[in-house]
Design a protein around this ligand. Structure first.
Ligand SMILES: *Cc1c(COP(=O)(O)O)cnc(C)c1O
Length: 402
């Protein structure tokens, strides 16, 4: 064994979730056993629900927290609002949108699927056509993955809302914001999102374990008529229990306390500042990738995600080798390509607890790995491009006079 004994925990991770965890959040989830039927629990739960609603960009949504992950959030969204045989409109443009569509089929929903090559955003104009063609309003819900984590592509949810409005179509708009919420602008009310889904281990910087779901009043009004089977994640049970500070089952108290602290941190930084930080870091990473001469998986720069950058490698080169060598030799985790782009893409996650300084270490590591593997990389080229961008775009007051 030639291990250099570099403990992996010395390095940040560069996967698009779970993200690095701030020390304050690690402490916040580490709690002694508490009676969740005591008054101490609503003192944690109620402010948390209120702050999550703020992070979702809503004043009217009701927020539900389940022990689970984002995937359970998808299931909560569809099963509380739809019935067997209902038609939904969805677009597959990556692994996560594909999986949500698959879940719908397994629940007996009929999926009208728009397919685009992975790397493209959801084509709002094709959604508009499908909605316009649906004169009888058979489509009950439109499903959209805001940020396709597999390809590093952001879609325009406001444009999908506009497509619904232009045709006066009453379908619900359900949005997977798992890798965007709390890191990229998300406006549940502004975009007329009816169900917003996320989890604890991405923008909230916590361990995996919470599905976080927001329902608009319009979505809530459908819960009684929705006939898809559900018990554990029937939001009616949560709704009934929340006002009195109760939970229909044992809540993961440490995680909920962590979510409270995470929201406090995000709101203290200021959501606009959080979004600007992610954008700035992402832009530096994209400059580095350009300096490497490698293309983004995203079909165009305007749709590139601010939380994860998916990078295509040269034709015939197995991108998994980059991820494997980074892990084995440098103890750094990058994201592997998934599904249709497996072996052709590697991903740098840069969301949650992330700074320019941390990102530089990831870029520098990627360069060492690619040089090790014989790729035509000049050490420091990407790092320098990111440094240059970050120095030049510092706020005026922090820039040095030449
Ligand atoms: C991570 C992720 C999911 C899945 O969430 P889990 O918490 O792993 O169940 C769903 N959608 C997107 C866009 C994601 O990034």
């Amino acid at each position: 064994m030639t291990d250099r004994h570099v403990p992996a925990w010395h390095n940040p991770v560069f996967i698009p979730g779970p993200t690095n965890m701030p020390e304050a959040l690690r402490k916040a989830v580490d709690m002694p056993t508490m009676d969740h039927r005591s008054a101490a629990f609503p003192a944690i739960l109620h402010p948390t629900l209120k702050m999550v609603r703020q992070v979702l960009g809503s004043e009217t949504a009701e927020v539900f927290l389940f022990a689970g992950t984002g995937t359970l959030g998808w299931e909560t969204a569809i099963s509380n609002t739809l019935s067997p045989g209902d038609r939904v409109l969805a677009c597959e443009n990556g692994m996560f949108s594909r999986k949500w569509i698959d879940m719908c089929r397994r629940h007996g929903l009929e999926v009208e699927e728009i397919r685009v090559p992975w790397g493209e955003a959801i084509p709002a104009e094709r959604m508009a056509e499908a909605l316009a063609a649906d004169r009888g309003h058979a489509i009950r819900a439109v499903l959209a993955t805001h940020n396709e984590t597999a390809t590093g592509v952001r879609s325009d949810i406001a444009a999908i809302r506009a497509a619904l409005d232009a045709t006066g179509h009453p379908a619900l708009l359900m949005v997977d914001g798992v890798s965007s919420i709390a890191s990229m602008p998300f406006e549940m009310d502004g975009w007329g999102v009816d169900v917003a889904v996320t989890g604890s281990q991405k923008g909230f910087m916590l361990p995996a374990g919470l599905a976080v779901v927001g329902f608009s009043p319009k979505a809530l009004a459908l819960v009684e008529e929705a006939r898809l089977p559900r018990t554990y994640y029937d939001i009616r049970d949560m709704r009934g229990a929340y006002p009195s500070g109760g939970y229909p089952y044992t809540p993961p108290l440490g995680l909920i306390n962590g979510l409270k602290t995470a929201c406090e941190m995000l709101l203290e930084e200021g959501l606009d500042n959080v979004f600007a930080r992610h954008h700035r870091i992402a832009e530096g990473v994209r400059r580095a990738v350009r300096a490497w001469g490698l293309p983004l998986c995203a079909a165009s720069p305007e749709i590139a995600s601010d939380t994860v950058t998916a990078i295509r490698t040269l034709e015939g080169f197995d991108a998994n080798r980059i991820v494997a060598r980074a892990a084995e030799v440098y103890h750094v985790a990058f994201g592997a390509g998934l599904g249709d782009v497996a072996g052709r893409v590697f991903r740098i996650g840069h969301l949650g607890m992330m700074s320019e300084v941390m990102a530089l270490s990831g870029l520098a590591t990627a360069e060492m790995v690619m040089a090790d593997l014989g790729l035509p990389i000049t050490l420091g080229a990407g790092v320098a491009a990111a440094q240059d961008y970050w120095r030049r775009t510092l706020p005026e007051a922090l820039r040095m006079a030449a």
